[in-house]
Design a binder for this molecule. Structure first.
Ligand code: OGA
Ligand code: MN
Length: 291
């Protein structure tokens, strides 16, 4: 099968030619998708009518171990019976739109902050895959930022200054910014994780800025300076030239590399329209060796 990628954005994001991800099993095609990810960082696959089982199977076939210690798992029991299938929607078990003050809604609304998935864990998230199951009749986009292009645009002196820095990521911090507090018991399950600010991506050799709303402090720096630098860098990285907005169609399947991008949900009238997505995220573990 010939698989081609058509670039959509200036520096990143491509649409993959027709392919049925439910049936892709050969290692060669899966590795071509990985190579496409190394180049484009976000890939859009159209017309993927995946079941939950299809999505879970594909994610593991493609990239290994799934992230299941999610922040939503700490809050509620997963309505699909599998914590590795994250419910990214605004409805309850009965399929009714969540009340404005529902804790689950407060948590998912936080996706409107720029972030990378599971940066508050170690290992963090590598690829996230989002499947559009119910798309509202209004725009409810997901916006991405290319953190490689953002890194490349820094001057040499800044790159050298940032190179040794380590960052503590915790979801307790990003939620607190929005007025959402975890209980002590919940907080104990979410201690956060430390990651380098600059990382070299193994597939492409390119460098990227690894940032997120969860980035709370720079290790060994005073809090105000650390937070201000992180804020400035997020502002830098999310300038128009580095970003792309994905307008969802039913059965779109979008894969992004959390090491190379940030993303955020754009607001829409979620008290009126249903929007149902399912996410699977793989952990950034060493790749299995295939012979
Ligand atoms: C996610 C996420 C954004 C959106 O699924 O990780 O941040 O637009 N989603 O739903
Ligand atoms: Mn996310």
């Amino acid at each position: 099968m010939s698989l081609t990628f058509t670039p959509l954005g200036a520096s990143f994001v491509a649409e993959a030619s027709p392919i049925d991800l439910r049936t892709v099993r050969d290692r060669d095609t899966l590795e071509r998708i990985r190579a496409g990810m190394d180049e484009h960082a976000v890939l859009v696959f159209r017309d993927q009518a995946l079941s939950d089982a299809d999505q879970l199977d594909f994610a593991q076939r493609f990239d290994g171990t799934l992230h299941a210690r999610t922040s939503t798992a700490v809050l509620t029991k997963n309505r699909f019976g599998n914590e590795a299938l994250t419910d990214v929607s605004n409805v309850n078990e009965q399929g009714e739109i969540l009340a404005a003050n529902d804790r689950r809604r407060a948590s998912s609304v936080s996706n409107r902050l720029w972030h990378t998935d599971a940066s508050f864990q170690d290992p963090a998230g590598r690829y996230s895959m989002l499947s559009a199951r119910v798309v509202p009749p209004v725009r409810a986009d997901t916006e991405f930022a290319d953190m490689r292009a953002a890194y490349d645009a820094l001057d040499d002196e800044t790159k050298a200054r940032l190179a040794p820095l380590q960052v503590h990521h915790t979801i307790v911090y990003s939620r607190h910014l929005l007025g959402f507090e975890f209980t002590t018991a919940e907080r104990e399950k979410l201690p956060g994780a430390i990651h380098p600010l600059i990382r070299t991506l193994p597939g492409s050799g390119r460098k990227s800025l690894y940032l997120a709303s969860h980035a709370a402090e720079i290790i060994d720096w005073p809090l105000p300076e650390g937070r201000l630098l992180l804020r400035d860098l997020i502002e830098h990285a999310t300038q128009r030239e580095f970003t792309w907005r994905h307008e969802w169609r039913l059965h779109d399947f979008v894969i992004w590399d959390n090491r190379a991008t940030m993303h955020r949900a754009r607001p829409f009238d979620d008290a009126t329209h249903r929007r149902e997505m399912r996410r699977t995220t793989t952990l950034d573990l060493p790749l299995p060796q295939h012979s």
